[in-house]
Design a protein around this ligand. Structure first.
Ligand code: 5GP
Length: 221
């Protein structure tokens, strides 16, 4: 058999297999931009995605559930966890500690499960530098400052002083948004959710996330 025919025969047996690795999707945005609502909808449509529940020292809001929205702990417990290296990343945000638990997050990724993190810019940069090929950073912005303030006043979960702290944080975060892979505007909620879902889908097809292997297809042999 000449070499060209041999190559054709060989190629005919090929079966292409794609394995998809677990990926970390970091979703950040100004306080009050609607991240929580966007993430809840994405998780209900994609139950295979795991949401990482952070630890925080901030007080629990009335509508929040321990273990679902956050693990609420005191400052001493949080500091001990830092010293025991139990966080993938942690940061002080709006005068409180927040952190992503390390072992559960990494074990999900090892088991090829995608993870969503709702964390701030300082956390996002830490995660991206630790796991550059497994992390995609998405930042949600409001259409205008006034719109964001109206949402914060309407949800009525913070007093004026706390709102002022959150706006100060947003003003600092503005300077880091260009470090993100994607920026999405939450003007129309439905469109914004669709945009984030599309980013998730496209990113999962990237060669950073997928690996290709070739096996011999017996039927063709
Ligand atoms: P909130 O108090 O409104 O729930 O969250 C305040 C900010 O803390 C938000 O920007 C949120 O994304 C961020 N955050 C929540 N959990 C974590 C975390 O585990 N690590 C970091 N770095 N930020 C977090």
């Amino acid at each position: 058999m000449n070499i060209k025919h041999e190559l054709i025969d060989f190629f005919e047996t090929f079966k292409f297999n794609i394995t998809t690795r677990g990926h970390l999707f970091v979703i950040s945005g100004f306080s009050g931009v609607g991240k929580g609502t966007i993430i809840k909808e994405i998780l209900s449509r994609n139950p295979q995605i795991y949401f990482s529940v952070s630890y925080t020292t901030r007080r629990k809001r009335e509508n929040e559930v321990e273990g679902v929205d956050y693990h609420f702990v005191d400052k001493e417990t949080f500091k001990k966890m830092i010293l025991k290296d139990e966080f993938l990343e942690w940061a002080v945000v709006n005068d409180n500690f927040y952190g992503t638990p390390k072992s559960i997050t990494l074990s999900k990724l090892e088991n090829n499960i995608d993870v969503i993190l709702d964390i701030d810019v300082k956390g996002a940069i830490q995660v991206k530098s630790k796991l550059p090929n497994s992390t995609t950073l998405i930042y949600i912005i409001p259409p205008t400052g006034k719109e964001l303030l109206n949402r914060l006043y309407k949800r009525n979960t913070e007093n004026m002083d706390e709102i002022a702290t959150r706006i100060t944080t947003s003003l600092i975060e503005i300077n880091y948004i260009n470090a993100y892979d994607y920026i999405v505007v939450n003007d129309d909620l439905g469109k914004c959710i669709e945009d984030v879902e599309n980013i998730l889908k496209v990113q999962k097809m990237s060669s950073k996330v997928q690996s290709l292997s070739i096996t011999a297809n017996r039927e063709a042999e």
